[in-house]
Design a protein around this ligand. Sequence first.
Ligand SMILES: *Cc1c(COP(=O)(O)O)cnc(C)c1O
Length: 603
Amino acid sequence: IIYDGDDAFISNCIESACLSHKAIAWSRTDSDAPLYIEKIEKKEKGTVILCTLLGLTQKYVIPFTDDASIENVIHCLAVMLYLKPTSVNDANKFARLEPVAMRLDVKQGINNCMLINDTYNSDINSLDIALDFQQSRHVDKNLKCTLILSDILQSGTLPKSLYKKVADLVRRKNIDRIIGIGRDLKEYGSAFDIEKEFYLSTDEFLKSPTFKKFKDELILIKGSRHFHFERISELLEKKVHETILEVNLDAVVHNFNYYRSKLKPETKMVCMVKAFGYGAGSYELAKTLQEHRCDYLAVAVADEGAELRKEGISIPIIVMNPEFSSFNVLFENNLEPEIYSFRLLDAMIKETERRGITSYPIHIKIDTGMHRLGFQPDDVPAICERLKEQSGVTARSVFSHLVGSDSSIFDDFTKKQLDTFTQAAAELENGLEYKVIKHILNSAGIERFTDYQMDMVRLGIGLYGVSASGIKGLRNVSTLRTTILQIQHVPAGDSIGYSRRTYVDRDSRIAIIPIGYADGLDRHFSNRGGEVSISGKRCPIVGNICMDACMIDVTDTDAQEGDPVIVFGEELPVNELSDKLKTIPYEILTSVSPRVKRVYYRE
Ligand SMILES: *Cc1c(COP(=O)(O)O)cnc(C)c1O
């Protein structure tokens, strides 16, 4: 065991454990230690370490100045001393060491701020290192040093003494201001004797006036994962032309569990991740759903399923529109096809026989009124007959799809569909003489016809936070956000954009945002047809929407260049957009162009 002999805790442990291992303690104080560190001298670009090993005094120059790197190098010296004493002479190699990629990157922030990000963990040791790093970056002395810190979780120390230590540390490292987030910091904030502010939650802080006022600061953002400080850093980062679709995976899980809570425990769930997960991105969602024990996934075409397999998704996957040309992809990736016609059924059986496969799972689709793909209910006897004379495929499930489960005006028709299906499914099961999973409900169906959950349900839009029947309790999943690139002052009477379709009738502040119809922002929102939200305030879209940008009227707000803009999300629901366009939320969600980067987060 090679260890820091000056660390009382480690030394005590090793001594009291009476280890049979060989122990090498290096030390900065004990000149009898096998590796004695005589002197550590930090220079501008490196550190000189003077030490005695094997009785010889040696000098090492390393290209780092932070305490953690210095300690790492000393450990390396001790290891070399033990393994290969001759190589200890290669002192010059140390000067050529390269820094390990730092988890703390420095980014340009808004209003001449610099940001140092560590939004993943927080403990007092890593805080020490991060503060050192911050000091080493404090080149422009006009910048104020600010620390945004979350509660330190699971420290094993009582909060009172913990935050006293933190306060000492922060004072020693010349921090000018602390912003503390969390219950403990708020309670023990009096320990700090510098400029300070405290908030209970990240949300509270994001809504505070302070958050809008960062200027000329070197900001270290350091918090436990749980506090989601990436939301802070994202908003403070200087945005380069970027429009993103932010996807809250915890909201997906919430919605999934919300529907599950409405069902009997034994009812299975298929999650529909077709069309790139309704635009939100199928892989991240599939992975999350797999972790939460969803029974099945469903995609539209075989290639979508193959992609999921490639990413390590192992739960069963149904392919809703299998192409005749894609059998190879199906079998190679263990994807289960929906079978909707005798032509497809025969081709599938032939293919399994050719490959020598038996009992390959298929899903029989019955058309009960949609008149899209599907067998007719009176095809059931013939289906049974065809299935019984072969062994290549097995009907794993039988299902149908409702045409108007979201609306009470179709309830009579829905009842008819439910009855027709119940009958056809029973007939199929009787004819086959084995159990087949029966399912018909989509999201709105689960909300409104829970009694017909049968063996399984198919959850689609509800998973993505949109209730077709208007129930409360779902959480918003996707937020389409962008940022203000420029603000122009346009005098009254001037026109905005192509073809002069909007004139302003007062002196106006017009903001330009980098999202256009090529990103999926429907051009019908042009000329005050649609709105975006800036800090909770609605701003109309003015002028014709361009391919990659559009203009919005921010005259009635104090919006600034660089401010975030929400196109849809919690404060501007997708439903509202689809209503304006006389379409459905599905189309808005799936229209967000693939060039818009998807960013996933958990809370
Ligand atoms: C898309 C789809 C669903 C999910 O519908 P939602 O209205 O989004 O819940 C269910 N079943 C089938 C066959 C589908 O194609």
